[in-house]
Design a protein around this ligand. Structure first.
Ligand SMILES: Cc1ncc(COP(=O)(O)O)c(C=O)c1O
Length: 454
């Protein structure tokens, strides 16, 4: 068996003359001529559970071996393939950790997948404001100081969800947070949707497992090179104590027909990382560092050198610079107010001269954590607010009301409003601005949103 047992098994099946009298209905290609014409041969690889192809719900053959290779890449006790994105991993990790009770501690700027996780686990959520750079307001993620305080105020916290790194690539102090949680008997779940590649190169921040996280959601499609919708859930030495609960959670949340195409892409991404990660990262890191050094971007925390978060003087300057780059065919990951994020892909980076020029024209943003700000910690029953009687309100008239749904600007999908939160005039203003900039806002439909009925 080579290093890609799943690929080998599917290849053999796709080349065999077996009459496929089983799902999927495209029958390996003939059942969908336009798709076959678009991607010749692809359907023959789109298989489903067969004895020699294993079964993700009870992996014993090539899928078990493929997952073992993923575990080996990260030094994990075990690894689970996910075809429902990091969302599935966050939800399964939280449900498995809190199946027998306990509250969830998470940063206020966690990804919206937290809502589903809290609903599934029927858990209260202790939402804590992330540490912020005082000058630019950039989130530096959950801080150990806030986590200490949250445990004092809410001793029933059973799991801590840490976004590692933040969307802008900043790595919070996961090691210190995991230590605090461990001392209190709580599980640390790292949402590494943007940090699957951490630890793959000396210039990158350490991997979440190495920092002491118990469960890690590695967003392979966002940062590890596999196809969109794929991720890994990794078990560390303490996380593996929840192995049975994780199995249950993954059965509950995942599809019973995980895509072999997606799983093949996971296997290939893992194989590629195992055999050539230095080569894949070398140029991307050098390109990212080159531009970041021109803009002198620094936060005082370890950062992903491949994420270039530029702080412009004003939203207008950001818009104008990004429009100029768009004319040169350069598209950012995201643009919000005066911040634009550019992500250098793995492998051979494209020409980045225009971006380097824009970066060089910026002044130095010196990020630093605002240690004076008292930690803001609030306990919310997201589920109760979501299920409460609701009515629609125009955004412009919503200040002072309680949000009944999650409202988030996408990307990155970090909620501006969580269910149960009072809608502040600042939130209304920020959302109106995002809509005015033509950004996608989930939870607002034609200017209307859901609030708890009075
Ligand atoms: C921090 C974080 N966690 C989880 C997710 C969900 O990832 P996916 O889209 O793979 O489900 C995202 C998506 O943007 C994210 O930014």
């Amino acid at each position: 068996m080579t290093g890609t047992p799943l690929t080998d098994a599917v290849r053999a099946y796709s080349r065999s003359t077996t009459a496929r009298l089983h799902v999927p209905a495209h029958g390996g290609g003939p059942g969908n001529p336009p798709l076959e014409a678009l991607f010749p041969g692809l359907c023959s690889w789109d298989v489903t559970e067969q004895p020699e192809l294993d079964d993700l719900s009870h992996p014993e053959g090539p899928l078990a071996a493929a997952q073992a290779a993923a575990a080996a890449l990260y030094g994990a006790e075990d690894a689970h393939y996910l075809t429902g994105g990091a969302t599935q991993g966050v939800q399964a990790g939280v449900l498995a950790s809190l199946l027998h009770g306990g509250a969830l501690l998470a940063s206020r700027d966690s990804h919206r997948s937290l809502l589903g996780a809290a609903l599934l686990a029927d858990a209260d959520v202790v939402l804590a404001a992330p540490a912020r750079d005082p000058k630019f307001g950039v989130s530096l993620g959950l801080s150990p100081r806030t986590v200490e305080r949250a445990f004092l105020e809410h001793p029933d916290i059973g799991a801590v969800l840490v976004t590692y790194p933040t969307y802008l690539g900043i790595a919070p102090e996961l090691d210190a947070i995991a230590r605090i949680a461990r001392d209190r008997g709580a599980i640390t779940i790292a949402d590494a949707a943007h940090g699957a590649h951490f630890g793959w190169h000396a210039a990158l921040p350490p991997a979440a497992l190495a920092e002491g996280a118990d469960l890690v959601v590695a967003g392979m499609h966002k940062s590890g090179g596999s196809l969109t919708q794929t991720a890994l859930l990794l078990e560390g030495p303490r996380g593996t104590e929840r192995h049975a609960e994780l199995g249950l959670a993954l059965h509950l949340i995942g599809t019973s027909s995980p895509s072999y195409l997606l799983m093949l892409s996971l296997e290939q991404a893992v194989q590629s990382a195992l055999t050539q990660r230095e080569r894949l990262l070398e140029r991307a890191i050098a390109a990212g560092e080159g531009i970041r050094s021109k803009a002198r971007v620094a936060t005082g925390r370890p950062q992903d050198p491949m994420r270039i978060a530029l702080q412009f003087e004003s939203p207008t300057q950001a818009q104008e610079s990004c429009s100029a780059l768009a004319r040169e065919g350069v598209r950012p990951e995201y643009l919000e107010d005066a911040t634009a994020l550019f992500i250098v892909p793995l492998g051979e980076p494209p020409a980045l001269d225009g971006l380097a020029r824009v970066a060089a024209a910026l002044r130095e943003p010196a990020f630093a954590e605002d240690r004076e700000a008292p930690p803001e910690i609030r306990r919310v029953r997201l589920g109760r607010a979501l299920r409460s009687r609701r009515e629609r309100r125009r955004l412009v008239e919503a200040a002072g009301r309680t949000a009944a749904d999650v409202v988030s600007v996408v990307p990155p999908g970090i909620p501006a409003l969580w269910p149960g939160e009072e809608i502040s005039p600042q939130a209304v203003e920020g959302l109106a601005r995002a809509l005015g900039q033509g950004r996608r806002v989930m939870g607002i439909d034609q200017g209307w949103l859901w609030v708890v009925a009075e």
